[in-house]
Design a protein around this ligand. Structure first.
Ligand code: MRU
Length: 350
């Protein structure tokens, strides 16, 4: 018998009032250790985002909003410096991870709040609103997507898109949690998600804790299982969706979409409206984060390849819109053609 897993602390939480702190569950240590990082300054938040202690597009947006507050709150007695310093701090936070648009989106919202009212209280209220709205968005994505999950089927997912990637229940995993809660029964195949193993370490942990049957598989096994009819739907998250529906997500997503198209398996991307970027026309405009070669060349601190060998480590890839069956958003399902559907989602003038 294996011991039951202890419940996880929240992925992120603000403790106290304006002089409080941001608590982040350090995801680099999961599933074996639960350590909460207490962030009292912007450097701690920027570092946590950079090294993926907090990760997942919506979660880094929320963390950055509170990070901005931490970066400017000592300026309270000098209100005229607030907006200018906030812009500098926001630029620093935005540079930590370039692909997920939720980060820049949350920081832009905070800067706009300061334009309306140049006070720390306004900034604090905006960060709290971003967190609360993300929780609601997760619930709605779950509700809109649950009916897509085939009862008795097998669903494949990639990276981690659950409670650890958001302030709420997740994006793609929120759909699975909601489908399970409404009585659908299914099995999940979780891609291990090289190089940092978010699938093996985080997704499997979350699904297992929720009582949903899950098996981890090597990323390279997915296409073969899809070809053999062993997968009935693929659900992934997104880090940035362009105006035409091309979207970036964890590297390996594009290959899954190609395999699904070749074998007529539905391929769904699940993302809140905050992940859709009205400033990017198509996938060519999405910046792709390149991370350290060490992430590929080492596992658990042990070097895998011979000395002197390098590695290429793009953290994301772009899936063309024509490979997507539907987007599940907090405002409903989007079906092709995605251009007009995304325009309607984002509202007039965007
Ligand atoms: O590098 P990560 O772990 O932040 O990548 C996360 C993903 O790719 C998720 O699929 C994505 O953020 C969307 S779902 C929250």
């Amino acid at each position: 018998m294996t011991a039951p897993l202890p419940p996880l602390p929240p992925t992120l939480a603000w403790r106290g009032g304006l002089d409080g702190c941001l608590e982040l569950l350090d995801q680099t240590l999961l599933p074996h250790q639960q350590r909460v990082l207490v962030c009292r300054d912007v450097a701690a938040v920027a570092d946590a985002i950079t090294r993926l202690a907090v990760r997942g597009a919506p979660a880094i947006g929320v963390a950055a909003a509170f990070g901005l507050l931490l970066g400017v709150r000592n300026l309270a007695p000098v209100p005229q410096a607030l907006r200018e310093t906030a812009r500098e701090v926001a630029a620093r936070l935005a540079a930590t991870r370039p692909t997920a648009v939720n980060l820049a989106w949350a920081l832009d919202r905070c800067l706009a709040a300061l334009q309306r009212e140049n006070t720390l209280a306004a900034l604090f209220a905006e960060a709290q609103a971003i967190l609360a709205e993300d929780q609601t968005a997760c619930r709605r994505m779950g509700e809109h997507g649950a009916g897509l999950i085939p009862d008795g089927g097998t669903v494949l997912t990639h990276c981690n898109t659950g409670r650890l990637a958001t302030a709420g229940d997740g994006t793609a995993l929120a759909v699975l949690f909601a489908a399970w809660a409404m009585g659908r029964r299914f099995t999940v195949l979780a891609d291990e998600t090289r190089p940092l193993l978010q699938g093996a370490r985080l997704t499997a942990l979350e699904l297992h804790a929720a009582g949903i049957p899950v098996q981890v598989l090597c990323d390279g096994a997915a296409a073969g299982l899809i070809a053999r009819g062993r997968v009935h739907a693929v659900l992934v998250g997104a880090d940035r969706v362009a105006k035409n529906g091309d979207f970036a997500n964890k590297v390996g997503t594009y290959g899954l979409a190609l395999a699904c198209a070749a074998h007529r398996v539905p391929f769904y991307a699940v993302a809140p409206a905050s992940t859709f970027d009205p400033r990017v026309a198509d996938g060519r405009g999405i910046p792709i984060e390149e991370r350290s070669a060490d992430e590929v060349l080492q596992l658990g601190g042990q070097r895998l390849a011979a000395d002197g060998i390098g590695a290429c480590n793009p953290a994301f890839d772009v899936t063309p819109a024509q490979l997507v069956t539907a987007f599940v958003t907090d405002r409903g399902l989007l079906r092709p053609p995605f251009g007009p559907a995304i325009k309607a989602l984002l509202g007039p003038g965007r």
